[in-house]
Design a protein. Structure first.
Length: 404
C-alpha cells in the first residue's frame, strides 16, 4: 500500500455569493479568514495522529494538492505560505506533484500568483461559468467575458503550465447560441481543461428559493427548459471533442496530458485527505477503507471539538469515522468508476471483490445495456452518451441490484 495521497484544502471564502451556489462558502471578513487559516493549519499538523487513531493509512508522500472552495485565490501570500509550511511539515509533496488552485477571474493578485508559483503551483482552475456578460451578471459573477480571456492569457504568460475553466450549461437567459459562444470562447482561450456542469437548481440557493417563491432578481423565470439544457450539454460534448478537448468524465474534458490527476483519485477510489470546512477524506486501512468529513458550518468547524487539538475550553471528542464495508466499496467502485469515459474494468472488480459479487450484478447490467444506457464487453462497462445524461438513473438501478 504505497499509493501517494491526494490533499484537498477547502478555502470557503468568496467575494460575493453566486445565486446558484449551495457550497459551504460565503463572504467573510479578513479576521475570520485569518483565524480560519490558523484552525486549518492545526488540523493539518494533527492529521497523522488522527489517521492513526482511526486505523487509516496516511502515506507520507503526496502527489496532488487541490485548493478548492470558495475562491482560494483571495488568500494573501502569507496565508498560503502558512498553509504550505504546515503541509510540507506533514507530507513529502513531490516535485512533480499537481498543485491546483481554484481562482475567480480578476481575483488573483500578482503577489499571490507569484507566491503560489514559488510554492510549486502548476495548475489553475478558473470559475468562468459563462463568457456571456448578461448570464454571468445574472448569477452574481463579478467578471465579464473579456476579463476572463485576459486572465487566462495572463496566467499562460506567467508560465502556469496547466490552465482550465468551468462552464455551466442551463444558466438564466442562456440560449443555444449563447451556450455555443461560451464553448467556442473557452476553446479559443487555449486552456487545456474544461469542466461543463449542468445547472442544478438547489432549493437552498438564492436562485432555488426564487424559483419556488417567485421573483425576478436572480432570473429564475428565465431558466431554459431542461430538455434544451440536455441537448446543449450534448452539443457542448461534441464541440469539445471535435476540438481535441476530449471527454474523460461526465463533466470533464481535457487535451492530452491535461486531465485533473487530483480529481481522478475520487473516481478511482484512490486515497485522499481533505482539510478545512466541509472537507471529505477517504483513506485506505488494513481492512479496506475509511471515510470521514469535517463540519459544513463555519462556527461548528472553528469550534470543532473533534481531533487532538480541540479549542480551549471545549472537551475533546472523537471524530465519527465510517468504515466502508466491502459491499459499499463495491458500489462506490461502480458508480464512481462509471463517471469516467474509460468505465470500469470488470477484471479489477473481480480481483477486488470476487467473481460472485460481480456475477450478481450481471442481470441488472444487461437490463441497463438493453435500455441503451450502458455498454458492456468482455473487459469493461461504460456509460453511453444517453447514459451519461441519465447517470443517476443508471447508478440507482445498479446499486439497488448490488444491495440485494
Ligand atoms: S465563487 Fe464559487 S464557491 Fe463562491 S459563491 Fe460562487 S460558485 Fe459558490
Amino acid at each position: 500500500m504505497n499509493t501517494p495521497v491526494g490533499i484537498y484544502v477547502s478555502i470557503p471564502f468568496c467575494k460575493a455569493k453566486c445565486s446558484f451556489c449551495n457550497f459551504a462558502s460565503d463572504v467573510f471578513g479578513s479576521e475570520r479568514m485569518d483565524s480560519y487559516i490558523d484552525r486549518l493549519c492545526r488540523e493539518i499538523v494533527s492529521a497523522r495522529h488522527e489517521a492513526q487513531r482511526t486505523g487509516a493509512v496516511l502515506e507520507a508522500s503526496a502527489d496532488s494538492v487541490y485548493f478548492g472552495g470558495g475562491t482560494p485565490s483571495l488568500l494573501s501570500p502569507d496565508q498560503f505560505r502558512r498553509i504550505f509550511t504546515a503541509l510540507r511539515g506533514e507530507f513529502h509533496i513531490s516535485q512533480e506533484a499537481e498543485i491546483t488552485v481554484e481562482c475567480a477571474p480578476g481575483q488573483l493578485s500578482s503577489e499571490t500568483l507569484e507566491a503560489l508559483q514559488r510554492e510549486g503551483m502548476n495548475r489553475v482552475s478558473l470559475g468562468v461559468q459563462s463568457f456571456v456578460d448578461r448570464e454571468a451578471r445574472t448569477v452574481g459573477r463579478l467578471h465579464t467575458g473579456p476579463e476572463c480571456e485576459a486572465e487566462i492569457a495572463r496566467l499562460q504568460a506567467a508560465g502556469v503550465s496547466k490552465t482550465g475553466l468551468d462552464l455551466i450549461v442551463g444558466l438564466p437567459h442562456q440560449t443555444e447560441a449563447s451556450w455555443r459562444e461560451s464553448v467556442d470562447r473557452a476553446l479559443e482561450s487555449g486552456v487545456g481543461h474544461i469542466s461543463v456542469y449542468m445547472l442544478e437548481v438547489d432549493e437552498d440557493s438564492r436562485l432555488g428559493r426564487e424559483a419556488l417563491a417567485g421573483g425576478v432578481r436572480y432570473g429564475a423565470g428565465d431558466l431554459p427548459h431542461e430538455d434544451d439544457v440536455a441537448e446543449w450539454y450534448e452539443m457542448g460534448c461534441e464541440l469539445l471533442q471535435k476540438a481535441g478537448t476530449g471527454q474523460y468524465e461526465i463533466s470533464n474534458f481535457a487535451r492530452d496530458g491535461e486531465r485533473s490527476l487530483h480529481n481522478m483519485k475520487y473516481w478511482r477510489r484512490l486515497p485522499y485527505i481533505g482539510f478545512g470546512l466541509d472537507a471529505h477524506s477517504m483513506l485506505l486501512s488494513e481492512n479496506g477503507s475509511v471515510r470521514f468529513q469535517n463540519p459544513d458550518g463555519m462556527n461548528v468547524y472553528m469550534n470543532d471539538p473533534t481531533g487532538p487539538f480541540p479549542m480551549v475550553g471545549v472537551e475533546a471528542q472523537e471524530r465519527p469515522v465510517e468504515r466502508v464495508s466491502r459491499e459499499a466499496a463495491f458500489e462506490e467502485s461502480i458508480f464512481l468508476g462509471l463517471r469516467l469515459n474509460a468505465g470500469v474494468r470488470l477484471t479489477d472488480l473481480r480481483e477486488s471483490f470476487g467473481v460472485e459479487m460481480v456475477e450478481s450484478l450481471m442481470p441488472s447490467m444487461a437490463e441497463v445495456c438493453e435500455a441503451g444506457l450502458l455498454t458492456m464487453d468482455e473487459e469493461r462497462i461504460r456509460l453511453t452518451a444517453k447514459g451519461r445524461l441519465a447517470s443517476n438513473e443508471v447508478f440507482s438501478r445498479l446499486l439497488v441490484a448490488a444491495a440485494v
